[in-house]
Design a protein around this ligand. Structure first.
Ligand code: SF4
Length: 216
């Protein structure tokens, strides 16, 4: 991985910022969502599956641009944060640099915190899904597809809110069986392939974790 600092560009600061001054704000607040243009970085193994997390269709995530929670109408794949923070795993806080600077994703190249005009036109276009990275007809692709069908977030959240309003036991059982299936698939893949850090990319966040965030 390259090690050139982000913001090595000449800094011009004449009242209005026109260049990156390496404050690190963008890297500390929301890692990039990947776009089709970033697939080559994955092919070159600069970014690995274990560096990624999938947010599935129907999930609620915080939209850093509009500063509000949004319901995803399509899945997205992002670079992970460090633990519970919002800081990108590739940000070197000590050096104020990006560990993959030369190969950083397109959102990082386009984001100019002093002028987001171009970024706003671009950021919702050509987003990568898991099936841009993993062939749908491969063995893993079929497992992901089946998992998505059985644990779709649209359905899980519908059941959850229905249960919250009615407290019907049959709904609780349905939700628990989806949670069990989700856990079983993750365990199976971990045992068969050794994948662990990759699971958040392959299957998104665990269903139980998502529901716990909502108060399950
Ligand atoms: S990939 Fe690099 S430039 Fe992009 S948010 Fe992470 S640390 Fe910053």
């Amino acid at each position: 991985m390259g090690g050139r600092s982000r913001g090595d560009e000449k800094v011009a600061y004449d009242g209005l910022r026109t260049h990156c001054i390496r404050c690190g704000t963008c890297c500390k607040n929301n890692p990039p969502t990947l776009h089709i243009q970033d697939i080559s970085i994955l092919k070159d193994n600069i970014i690995m599956y274990s560096d990624l997390i999938t947010y599935r269709k129907g999930e609620y995530i915080y939209d850093n641009i509009n500063k509000k929670l949004i319901n995803l109408d399509e899945e997205i794949v992002k670079i992970k944060t460090k633990g519970e923070s919002r800081e990108c795993i590739f940000y070197d806080a000590k050096d104020k640099s990006c560990k993959i600077y030369e190969s950083r994703p397109i959102e990082c190249r386009m984001l100019k915190c002093w002028d987001n005009t171009e970024f706003l036109k671009f950021y919702q276009k050509d987003r990568v899904t898991r099936f841009h990275i993993i062939k749908k007809d491969s063995a893993m692709g079929e497992i992901i597809h089946e998992h998505e069908k059985k644990t779709s977030m649209d359905n899980v959240l519908k059941l959850y809110y229905e249960y919250k309003n009615t407290k019907q036991d049959k709904l609780r059982k349905k939700i628990n069986s989806i949670i069990s299936y989700d856990n079983a698939v993750r365990e199976f893949i971990q045992q068969r392939t050794g994948a662990k850090k990759e699971l958040d990319f392959l299957f998104g966040r665990p269903v139980l974790e998502i529901l716990k965030d909502l108060g399950w």
